[in-house]
Design a protein around this ligand. Structure first.
Ligand code: GAR
Length: 210
């Protein structure tokens, strides 16, 4: 069974879906710790409710990104995880930190990458008149939201959608797709080589598993 550390900044609905699927034995893994950069993240309560150790490594206590990431790494390394899952962790990580976990760190991003990297993805998709939008799970590389895609899920964009409507539709997909990718990783079906995501040893295309 693989050990998983999950990093969060907020509500933690993706964290919850991964905890639930581990508990249901749909994922051959265990969330061994949850770490937040924000004291008031609701995901910390979810960890407590599931009897999972949690930590706050507050970015406000550190002078720069390097010292923050070093403290974050020290906290993670207590658990020697097989996998680090970014689940709504809203911080840019230093290249050194990312390289240390390369091939064993996943992120979920609320857009059909490579479209709409960064913030406010739902509003930007609406403003551009997109007819479809979605979420992507990818390996994390030093290129922000640019690592190889493992899985994408699409949703329609309706004419009268607000960003909130669209975010809710995307998030519904996230709750299914992220645990699925985590289960693939825990079953050793996923790997990363030369900036490509591999599934069962075969390189995935730019849209991931299709
Ligand atoms: C999710 O929608 C995730 O895609 C997004 O934050 C939300 C976290 O929700 N992540 C990013 O925007 C990362 N750039 P949650 O805390 O309820 O899981």
């Amino acid at each position: 069974m693989k050990s998983i550390v999950v990093l969060i900044s907020g509500n933690g609905s993706n964290l919850q879906s991964i905890i639930d699927q581990c508990q249901a034995e749909k994922i051959d893994g265990k969330v061994v710790a949850v770490i937040s950069n924000k004291q008031d993240a609701y995901g910390l309560t979810r960890a407590t409710n599931a009897s999972i150790p949690s930590h706050v490594v507050d970015n406000k206590s550190f002078a720069d990104r390097e010292s923050y990431d070093q403290a974050l790494k020290n906290c993670i390394e207590q658990y020697q995880p097989d996998l680090v899952v970014l689940a709504g962790f809203m911080r840019i990580l230093t290249p050194e930190f990312v390289r240390f976990y390369q091939g064993k760190m996943l992120n979920i991003h609320p857009s059909l990458l490579p479209k709409y990297k960064g913030l406010h993805t739902h509003q930007r998709a609406i403003d551009d008149g997109e007819s479809e939008h979605g979420a992507s799970v990818h390996f994390v590389t030093p290129d922000l939201d640019g690592g190889p895609v493992i899985l994408q899920s699409k949703v329609p964009v309706f004419a009268d959608d607000t960003a909130t409507d669209l975010a809710a539709r995307v998030q519904q997909q996230e709750l299914t797709m992220y645990p699925m990718v985590v289960s693939w990783f825990c079953n050793e079906r996923l790997s990363m080589q030369a900036d490509k995501a591999l599934m069962d040893g075969k390189p995935l295309g730019s849209q991931g598993y299709a």
